[in-house]
Design a protein around this ligand. Structure first.
Ligand SMILES: [Mn+2]
Length: 327
């Protein structure tokens, strides 16, 4: 259980702060399919650095899901113009360079790359790497950085950090939630954030389209190995029928894990051209990061995923084969 940062990580944080404070302009880049941790981390760090009068640009590598349009500062997220001089590039919540998609080319342009992440699979691709697999979220690490800089947690920064940490801990429920996570949450609550506003936006905001997709998807639920493995496949056909988009599948896999006998919950998302994205969640003992790494994916012990070129039927079969030894 994490209580405090290691000295090595603290050293990297101090190094990063020194570089950021002395830089001419800083770019902070999102990953593809950005989530609450990614966007909350970007916006909190970005706004903190702006408060130090630094030139900060926050770049999107993908569309911003509607779910996060409530975040203060989200209007700052922009596309890279291809020309801007990049003194420091900060990559948040990304295990490797490919996570930043089309913005990967900026890595080569940057004088310095700072990699801040909590994925066990992180490849340490930065010049400075603030990587802590024991941190619940990247937001937790960004909090430590902002505090170390002596920057006051404004309501805006606090809202973004709380969103980041709450998102990645399943509102402080998952195994990655530590004593430190709660200490940080307590400090954020003292910064006068509107906790209920954040919670309603994150957890009580499901659209009707999404709800209908939930119902249809659950009708296709398949259970294996004494109901320990739950699988749902979202095909393009199913999306059309529900008048929903892939973004609306958010939350289904977590819901599957909530079923009593289920240890591993899996959602297979079929994109066009036999492109299948697999997300896995586990409850007590199966290390889904290990299973995911077999398919060249990454993630955490309780939440991991990968992308393959295959069909729903084929990938389902090989997943069940892999799972046999774990269940
Ligand atoms: Mn994260």
């Amino acid at each position: 259980m994490k209580t405090k940062m290691t000295e090595a990580i603290e050293k990297q944080i101090n190094l990063a702060i020194e570089q950021m404070l002395n830089s001419k302009n800083i770019y902070i880049v999102s990953h593809v399919q950005p989530d609450g941790d990614n966007l909350g981390s970007i916006l909190s760090l970005g706004q903190a650095l702006k408060s130090k009068n630094l030139d900060v640009f926050m770049l999107k590598s993908d569309e911003i899901p509607n779910d996060f349009m409530f975040l203060p500062g989200i209007e700052y997220m922009m596309d890279y113009d291809g020309l801007g001089y990049v003194d420091v590039l900060i990559v948040l919540d990304s295990g490797d360079e490919n996570r930043i998609g089309k913005n990967k080319e900026i890595l080569g342009k940057a004088n310095l790359v700072i990699n801040i992440d909590h994925h066990i699979s992180n490849t340490y691709f930065g010049d400075i790497n603030i990587v802590d697999k024991d941190a619940s979220s990247t937001g937790e690490l960004v909090f430590e950085i902002i505090k170390s800089m002596g920057i006051e947690i404004s309501k805006e920064i606090g809202t973004c950090l709380y969103t980041a940490i709450s998102s990645d801990t399943g509102s402080f429920m998952y195994d990655n939630t530590s004593a430190r996570t709660h200490e940080i949450a307590a400090e954020l609550l003292k910064s006068n954030i509107d906790k209920s506003y954040i919670n309603i936006n994150l957890y009580q905001n499901r659209s009707l389209e999404r709800t209908k997709l939930f119902i249809t998807a659950l009708n296709s639920l398949e259970l294996y190995y004494n109901d320990k493995v739950a699988i749902v496949a979202i095909t393009q056909e199913l999306l059309e029928k529900s008048n929903a988009t892939m973004e609306d599948t958010e939350g289904i896999v977590s819901f599957l894990r909530e079923i009593s006998p289920v240890e591993v919950a899996i959602i297979l998302k079929e994109f066009h051209g036999e492109n299948i994205k697999v997300s896995m969640r586990s409850k007590k003992y199966v290390d889904v990061a290990k299973i995911s790494s077999y398919f060249s994916g990454g993630g955490h012990v309780r939440a991991a995923g990968f992308t393959v070129n295959s069909t729903v039927g084929k990938i389902k079969a090989s997943l069940l084969e892999q799972l046999k030894d774990y269940i």
